[in-house]
Design a protein around this ligand. Structure first.
Ligand code: KG4
Ligand code: ZN
Length: 327
């Protein structure tokens, strides 16, 4: 089954063609990073207009790279939410239009499920598994019991992981998007240079606002003298990745899960991936471990097409579905 997927929930205009949910035939991403850099973050109205001017080009390029004709596609999918409403509308209407023109089904997809499904690409991963989902808008540990069956076991009560990365990066004066810049500096710093706090919250909660404030106080403490930025980044990264991994392992063990999976934009983080793959060692639990390839961690449409195959939104009349901002 060939599915054409579209992703426009935030600042990436992306299209992909994926066969049977796992084999990527073509994958095109047009990033708006340069446009938003001047503002230090994503401006929703600007992002929506950029999607509108990019979408047709990205669709054409995706078909051109695949050698597949639109008539050969079995279904058209798009992210319906959560995300920026004006942005989502562009992808959703493009997918619905193609579905009507070529007389094939339209399949709506939840963006979070799409991030999880990025792990099915080029792998033989099968449920059940425990998934740590860390993106710019969400932080969750999910128990995936079957392809369309899951329950949220833990989530953040304040900032999402990517959001904390971006905010800490901004207070350190790093350019948007800060997460990846912070990760780069952390790689040549000492993760144990500064002791930062881990929130004392329930097993089903994450909280990062205290950590964010602690980094702010630490930076202010240097009072104009040179900040050892690499060590600050590394210490922050060490603390937050420990919290994320420890809680995920605790939940996986509680649920008797043998497989641990990473998903979302922050799944591209070097230290988080390192710590995740340590879980394969017998002394660290001996889990079977999966993380998406780097290009399928941050927003892309291959994961949307995969989710349309493995975990489509269950709605009666998809063509009447509207976009949604939260979920
Ligand atoms: O999943 P995603 O592309 O968009 C959302 O659905 O939110 O995630 C974007 C987030 C941003 O906050 C970005 O800073 C973060 O993922 N991110 C990273 C890294 N690469 C992207 N955070 C930490 N380390 C990275 N290497
Ligand atoms: Zn995302």
């Amino acid at each position: 089954m060939l599915i054409f997927g579209i992703e426009t929930s935030c600042d990436e205009t992306a299209c992909a063609i994926v066969k049977d949910g796992r084999e990527v035939i073509s994958n095109v991403v047009a990033s708006q990073i340069k446009t938003h850099q001047a503002f230090g973050g994503v401006v929703p109205e600007v992002a929506a207009r950029e999607h509108l001017s990019a979408i047709n080009v990205v669709i054409e390029e995706t078909f051109a790279q695949s050698g597949i004709k639109p008539q050969e596609i079995d279904a058209f999918a798009s992210t319906a939410g959560p995300g920026l409403v004006g942005c989502l509308l562009v992808g959703l209407n493009a997918a619905k239009t193609m579905s009507l023109v070529y007389d094939k089904p339209y399949i709506p997809v939840n963006h979070l499920n799409a991030h999880v499904c990025a792990n099915f690409i080029d792998t033989e991963l099968k449920p059940p598994f425990t998934c740590l989902l860390v993106s710019g808008g969400h932080t969750q540990v999910i128990n995936v019991s079957d392809y369309g069956e899951s329950s949220i076991e833990a989530s953040t009560i304040d900032d999402a992981t990517g959001e904390v990365y971006d905010k800490v990066a901004r207070l350190l004066g790093l350019p948007y998007p800060g997460g990846i810049q912070l990760d780069k500096l952390a790689q040549s710093g000492n993760g144990h240079a500064f002791k930062l706090p881990e929130a004392r919250v329930g097993d089903d909660e994450f909280s990062f606002s205290g950590l964010k404030t602690a980094v702010l106080r630490l930076v202010q403490g240097f009072k104009g003298t040179e900040i050892p930025i690499n060590d600050v980044c590394a210490s922050f990264q060490e603390t937050i990745t420990s919290t994320l991994i420890n809680k995920t392992v605790k939940i996986a063990k509680k649920n008797g899960s043998k497989t641990v999976v990473l998903a979302g934009g922050v799944a591209a983080n070097s230290r988080l991936r390192e710590k995740l793959f340590e879980l394969e060692k017998p002394e660290c639990g001996g889990f079977s471990v999966f993380a998406p390839k780097m290009k399928y961690c941050t927003d892309n449409a291959a994961m949307v097409a995969s989710a349309a195959y493995f975990n489509p939104m269950k709605v009666e009349n998809p063509l009447e579905l509207e976009v949604f901002s939260r979920g």
